[in-house]
Design a protein around this ligand. Structure first.
Ligand code: ABU
Length: 379
């Protein structure tokens, strides 16, 4: 059967069952986003001081696309069907009746936008104005899946208004002048830029383990967003997690669900959600510290940290794709009994992330199972 007449089936319940069909992002046209209340970009040492914006350098884009295309080939060689989004002109102003934003962002980090749970793909609200219209890049694929799979549940969370009321006033200005003590208090209180005015979440803040979903209360996922997800998935158990982290964004460089009984946690970000570690232990899950990353800070022009080192993609419970520069992380996986496939990916960081961020599951040979039969009240 050729790829064109292969019919889609949407189905994936966790992060590790055998992978058969996936979306891999594209770097084309990604920009350093224009100022907006949700985020601040200030990279003078790389040509983008505060307030400036525009396309990422072409040579960086070409390198990122080379690595994304190579990932697609590696997966196809392993029998995984790969689809790609349709990029658009991200360096254009967008608006709703309530705001105007000078640029969009890109479409490399598919996982930020699309959440696959069973036969459903849910388009996340997103929390940044520059990413409000990103769903359009994935619509040609979702429209096709809808035609091909009669059981596919295509869902979209309510588009947030993202007005001034969605963001705390002068959040970033205040953050810069805070004492370390104030910052510590903000971390403990999860006092991030989003208010609770309306539900906001990025799909990449959700880790899937069958019946249990772990949701990161981060700078892009507020409590209202988590509440919306809880009501949307009434047959699942939703666990809210958070860590000691100044810039929390997306679960997959902080907590990685590797396979039944094994999770990886960021070695410097301390879990703060009461009961989280006990929960894993009570269910006989081992939570191992990730290895030292290859880099010692944020890669140039990247809003993702060096901890993309742990941002890996499981092909099945025994096989994992890891960024080829992360030698220590590969050694750790090897020690844990996994077959490691090194995939060069460092050039993609500035375009939205690592191997997990830049992919979204369409089909894993998977059923919904209970990996955590022993629950802890309040977690
Ligand atoms: N988008 C994943 C990156 C998260 C982090 O750097 O912590």
């Amino acid at each position: 059967m050729t790829e064109e007449n292969q019919k889609t089936v949407v189905n994936s319940w966790n992060e590790w069952d055998p992978l058969k069909h996936i979306i891999v992002g594209k770097a084309d046209g990604t920009v350093v986003t224009a100022p907006e209340p949700a985020i601040e970009r200030d990279w003078p040492e790389h040509g983008f001081p505060l307030g400036t914006y525009g396309p990422l350098p072409k040579e960086m884009e070409d390198k990122a696309n080379e690595q994304l295309d190579n990932l697609a080939k590696v997966l196809e060689r392993r029998g995984v069907r790969v689809d790609r989004p349709t990029p658009m002109d991200f360096n254009q102003p967008v608006q709703t009746p309530e705001w105007k934003q000078e640029t969009m962002f890109g479409c490399a980090s598919v996982r930020d936008m699309l959440l696959t749970v069973g036969n459903e793909i849910l388009e996340a609200t997103m929390s940044q104005r520059s990413r409000w219209y990103e769903y359009i890049c994935f619509r040609p694929l979702l429209e096709r899946y809808f035609k091909e799979d009669p059981n596919f549940r295509w869902e979209a969370a309510p588009k947030p208004r993202l007005t001034e009321r969605t963001y705390k006033k002068d959040h970033w200005k205040k953050w810069k002048t805070m004492t370390e003590e104030d910052k510590e208090r903000a971390i403990q209180n999860r006092d991030w830029v989003l208010t609770e005015e309306e539900p906001c979440f990025d799909a990449a803040d959700v880790g899937r383990a069958g019946k249990d979903l772990f949701v990161y209360n981060s700078s892009v996922t507020n409590r209202a967003g988590i509440d919306w997800l809880r009501r949307h998935f009434p047959d699942h158990r939703l666990h809210v997690i958070w860590f000691h982290e100044k810039n929390p964004i997306h679960i997959d460089a902080t907590l990685v669900l590797v396979r039944p009984g094994l999770a990886l946690k960021n070695r410097v970000r301390t879990p703060l959600a009461p009961g989280m570690m006990e929960f894993f232990k009570k269910n006989d899950w081992e939570v191992v510290d990730c290895a030292e990353p290859a880099l010692d800070g944020y890669p140039p022009l990247s809003f993702c940290s060096q901890w993309l080192s742990m941002n890996s993609l499981m092909l099945d419970p025994k096989t994992v794709c890891v960024d080829a520069q992360e030698i220590k992380q590969m050694e750790l996986y090897d020690k844990l009994g996994l077959e490691v496939i090194p995939v060069p990916f460092g050039a993609v960081s500035a375009f939205g992330g690592g191997l997990h961020c830049c992919t979204a599951d369409v089909y894993r040979k998977s059923t919904c199972q209970d990996y955590f039969p022993k629950q802890i009240p309040g977690f």
